[in-house]
Design a protein around this ligand. Structure first.
Ligand code: SF4
Ligand code: FES
Length: 219
């Protein structure tokens, strides 16, 4: 899909253009907290980049966990590839993905920042759309994500590209070196293969335990 099909809008500032893909925004509000004079949902347009300098704007845009916000700078000082692939489970919310990730689909998507649905309710799967606010209260600490599936392999460097493959009515298969952290910031896994639950029902979150079949998850 191109930018028009994805409904990506552009907002020009001084030496920087901010882009916004509404379908990927899950209202985490990092932008609103970081630069309220630029990101204000009560104004039209709601993004007004002329109210901040390019450095500060770039800094705040990089915090957007979903990748809904991106930027292009006139001086070429654009966002650089993250050095390490890190997946972070959030409390009662999505998993944040930062690194060299490709989502496998008919139109493969290469991204450095994404928020993936793990409650099963998003209408924009595999991305989060904020639907977890309706009913999903998992605290993200993943106490049962230990044992055989969870391991920390110190030999894995988490720097090579990773693919994410959403299986129909099932988990997201993750192939490539990643570190997974729970919502408390503790590393619970470092390795090269994982399957993330995206139905919300696994007893071993963030990993799939096969429950998606029993609960009739439809992706
Ligand atoms: S997901 Fe990104 S664009 Fe949406 S509110 Fe959060 S920081 Fe802003
Ligand atoms: S996707 Fe949730 S248990 Fe498999």
């Amino acid at each position: 899909m191109n930018d028009t099909e994805r409904k990506i809008k552009s907002y020009d500032g001084s030496g920087i253009t901010v882009t916004f893909e509404a379908a990927r925004c899950y209202h985490a509000k990092e932008c609103v907290r970081g630069l309220p004079e630029v990101f204000d949902i009560d104004k039209r347009p709601w993004i007004q980049p002329q109210h901040a300098d390019a450095d500060r704007l770039a800094q705040v845009v990089r915090r957007c966990p979903s990748g809904a916000l991106k930027f292009r700078r006139d001086d070429g000082a654009n966002e650089t590839e993250p050095e390490r692939n890190v997946v972070t489970v959030t409390a009662a919310g999505p998993i944040h993905v930062r690194g060299k990730f490709t989502v496998e689909s008919d139109a493969p998507l290469n991204e450095w920042r994404m928020a993936l649905c793990r409650c099963g309710l998003s209408k924009n799967k595999p991305h989060c759309d904020g639907s977890h606010f309706e009913k999903f209260d998992d605290d993200g600490r993943c106490p049962k994500a230990s044992g055989e599936a969870a391991r920390v392999d110190q030999n894995v460097e988490c720097t090579s590209p990773v693919t994410l493959k959403p299986l129909p009515d099932g988990p997201v298969l993750c192939r490539g070196p990643v570190e997974i952290r729970n919502a408390s910031g503790e590393t619970i896994f470092v390795g090269e293969q994982a399957a993330f639950c995206r139905c919300g029902a696994s007893s071993r979150k963030p990993f799939c335990d096969g429950t998606h079949g029993a609960v009739g998850f439809k992706s």
